[in-house]
Ligand binder design. Structure first.
Ligand SMILES: Nc1ncnc2c1ncn2[C@@H]1O[C@H](COP(=O)(O)OP(=O)(O)O)[C@@H](O)[C@H]1O
Ligand SMILES: [Mg+2]
Length: 467
């Protein structure tokens, strides 16, 4: 085995329970939690009630000294309402993913800086993992059992979880948590980490705004976890604050900083198999809400046609799509189950390819690898025009030298010359560079500067030039 392949260790300070305390915890889970929960009509654990019940329960136990009872009750409540052993992992914003792969195997995490790591947490009892999964299911008002052994959902903090139990997962229960980043990556972070170049960012800013006359749309494509949603989220900061935005997702992930946003989330069918609201239902409905821009979290099925109908009737849009190349994006869009008629595909301005590159050390990085324009159709074949391309040797996103059709169209509609537009892109580059220099990077701060620029570009530029 090569040294590079050794998986680094991630240690947490563990909550230690004595065997007696462990037994108590088990008993409480079996007897008390349901009761404490049912008293609350929202099916949410009522923590104060639970604390009281646990305290009363501990009184019935003999060798627990009174002064320790309070501390222990609190610890137990935290265990039951929190995430038990993995709670410290949940609290760490530097972790991207938490993976429980069975019993007697370490819990793995994927660290934003160090890549895949092994933790010192090791579940020895399948029931313990089951309890954890159950308590998560309960938190989100869902259930997992023999009949429906897969649970896919979103925690209250926005993290996505997927749990499986036997018989689906042969080696016992598994749990994967894709953590929600509390402090999301912004366009400035993505420039700093070279996911996007400042030139490309400034170019997109101009195109997505379209100088207020023709705002461009885009599909962000890439593999699983390549950073599609993150890039979409960061780019959405460029949307003109005047736009009315509607976002539609299966699980709420997007954090669009704008004021005028309506967020929609799909709903799975209930136990009687009724009440389902699909992505397509919501996209269709959004068209009646007079949006300027529709953002579809992940385009997968029939909602694609509805989205493209919207794009073809003058709305702007953003969406992510799972695919490995621009050509494949087109193929996936035009075949089952999306089946968008080719003629409608021409409404896309950009396909942005997002790539995750793995290194032997296990650390990965993300790059926008290509920006492609859809320029038309020639005898049944959709014509693509690559305008930016990432060069792995230099690690730079290069302007391929082909002129952008989108830019030309914005020039035509706005009555400006291409040179005017290039000048405007340079100005916006200055604004982005200013934020980089001043370490302005949070969602709020970046949004604030962009809004100021929309309100009064001259004033912002003059101020920047004084620095
Ligand atoms: N450019 C990036 N640099 C660093 N981390 C990133 C970047 N893009 C995404 N991530 C992280 O990778 C994980 C998956 O990203 P996400 O955007 O949800 O991927 P996708 O939508 O392609 O599945 C998240 O934890 C996110 O914070
Ligand atoms: Mg995504």
């Amino acid at each position: 085995m090569n040294n590079n392949e050794i998986i680094p260790q991630y240690d947490v300070v563990k909550q230690n329970y004595t065997p007696q305390e462990k037994a108590i915890l088990k008993e409480i889970r079996e007897n008390l939690v349901d009761r404490a929960m049912n008293t609350n009509e929202n099916f949410q654990t009522d923590e104060n009630n639970l604390l009281r019940e646990i305290n009363n329960f501990l009184i019935t136990k003999e060798n627990i000294p009174q002064d320790y009872r309070d501390t222990l009750s609190k610890k137990l409540v935290r265990d039951i309402t929190g995430y038990g052993q993995i709670d410290p992992l949940i609290q760490d914003d530097e972790l991207e993913e938490i993976m429980i792969i069975g019993t007697n195997k370490p819990v793995f995490v994927y660290h934003r800086k160090y890549g895949m790591m092994k933790t010192n947490i090791n579940f020895t009892d399948a029931q313990e993992v089951m309890d954890l999964i159950d308590s998560i299911a309960r938190q989100i008002n869902r259930r997992i059992d023999q009949e429906s052994p897969i649970l896919d959902g979103r925690l209250i903090d926005g993290s996505r979880i997927n749990a499986t139990i036997p018989p689906v997962s042969a080696d016992g229960p598994s749990l994967t948590i894709r953590k929600f980043k509390r402090d999301p990556l912004t366009i400035i972070d993505l420039i700093n980490s070279k996911t996007i170049s400042i030139e490309l960012a400034a170019f997109f800013w101009l195109c997505f705004d379209g100088l207020g006359v023709k705002s461009a749309n885009a599909i962000i494509s890439g593999g699983t976890s390549s950073g599609k949603t993150t890039t979409l989220n960061a780019l959405s900061a460029f949307i003109n604050p005047k736009e009315r935005i509607i976002t539609i997702e299966d699980t709420l992930e997007l954090q669009i900083p704008h004021e005028h946003v309506i967020r929609m989330e799909t709903r799975p069918p209930n136990v009687e198999n009724k009440g389902e609201l699909t992505m397509n239902d919501l996209v269709k409905n959004s068209l009646r809400q007079r949006p300027d821009r529709i953002i579809v979290g992940e385009v997968r099925a029939e909602e694609a046609i509805t989205l493209f109908t919207a794009l073809n009737t003058g709305h702007s849009g953003f969406g992510t799509l799972h695919s490995n190349s621009a050509r494949e994006t087109i193929t996936r869009l035009t075949t089952e189950p999306m089946s968008v008629p080719k003629i409608m595909i021409q409404a896309i301005d950009f396909i942005i390819m997002q790539n995750r590159i793995y290194t032997p050390s296990g650390v990965s990085y993300r790059r926008i690898s290509e920006v492609v324009e859809v320029v038309g159709m020639e005898s049944e074949t959709i014509q693509l025009n690559k305008i930016f391309s990432w060069n792995p040797e230099t690690d730079k996103i290069e302007n391929v030298g082909v002129s952008s059709q989108t830019l030309t169209r914005i020039a035509e509609i706005s009555g400006k010359s291409l040179n005017d537009l290039y000048g405007e892109i340079e100005n916006r580059k200055l604004v982005l560079q200013h934020m980089i220099n001043q370490e302005i990077r949070s969602v709020e701060d970046v949004n604030h500067v962009i809004e100021l620029y929309y309100k009064n570009p001259r004033k912002v530029l003059n101020r920047i030039l004084l620095y």
